[in-house]
Design a protein around this ligand. Sequence first.
Ligand code: PMV
Length: 307
Amino acid sequence: MWTATAPANIALIKYMGKGEGNIPRNVSLSYTLDKFYTEVSLTLTSDCDKYVGPVEPGPEATERFINHLKYIKKICGCEDFFIISSGNYRLLADGNTASFPHSAGIASSASSFAALTMCAFKAMSDLKGMPLPSLEQQSSVSRVGSGSSCRSFFSPWCLWMGEKTEKIDIRIDKLLTDLVVVDTHPKEVSSSRAHELVSSSLLMNGREKRAEIRLERLLTALNGNQWESAYQICWEEFWDMNALFETSVPNFGYMQPETMRILTEIRKFWKQNGDGPIVTMDAGPNVHLLWRTDQKNLRDLLLLPYL
Ligand code: PMV
């Protein structure tokens, strides 16, 4: 049996809109979320590749997952069959773990595909006697299964541009992360569908340039300890992505009334304290917060009413 774990990641500069092989239309920058991870194991079997849970992502996503394993087997010339098992876990403050839901905008597809890719290459390397591919190579294979999974190979910061992913050194390299959960039900519009739909938005004009400019500004802010500026840039960026959703034809969106309430509270918190968290959102209603390590007291102040 082979096992691998991979973390989820949250993008501060977002990947939205893609071409063949999940090549992104624009650059993205992510921070790995070590508290959220997927563990995949593979066991040899005699008849066919099959998926046994415990996560139950539905028939379509299960097929996509199995197909990704088949894709890696083909690359490696492997004719064995495997039983795949995959679980999503959340590390709790007391050191215990709990499961976390799929398809709810908590980046479980990124961690699952990254873990499957790592696990499959471990198995191939043992069975075929081949050296393990580099992280860059594994990341690029993982990208074909799920775009954002390619960023889960580099921690804590990963830069993704075209076919290339790389670890990028940023002066602030340890953040405290929180997820304010509004809804864990699977989303109505999958992120794959969102990537397709956004090309109908007029706001897609200039999107690549906007992401590029924000990336430069964000790197300057994070490397220069300009935290408030980093917060402002990330706020603009997740709203930019959500504006693409809302101006697509047909339009769609993930924000819920509770999401808006939380965002408004955070804005008020920043005004009152002159400090606060970086806020970002994925294709889902839940809100991600990132804090500097010296903000523990401030974090308790904001989060106590919510958590
Ligand atoms: O990897 P996908 O196809 O599920 O795309 C996810 C894209 C977002 O999470 C919405 C943004 C991002 O950069 O992760």
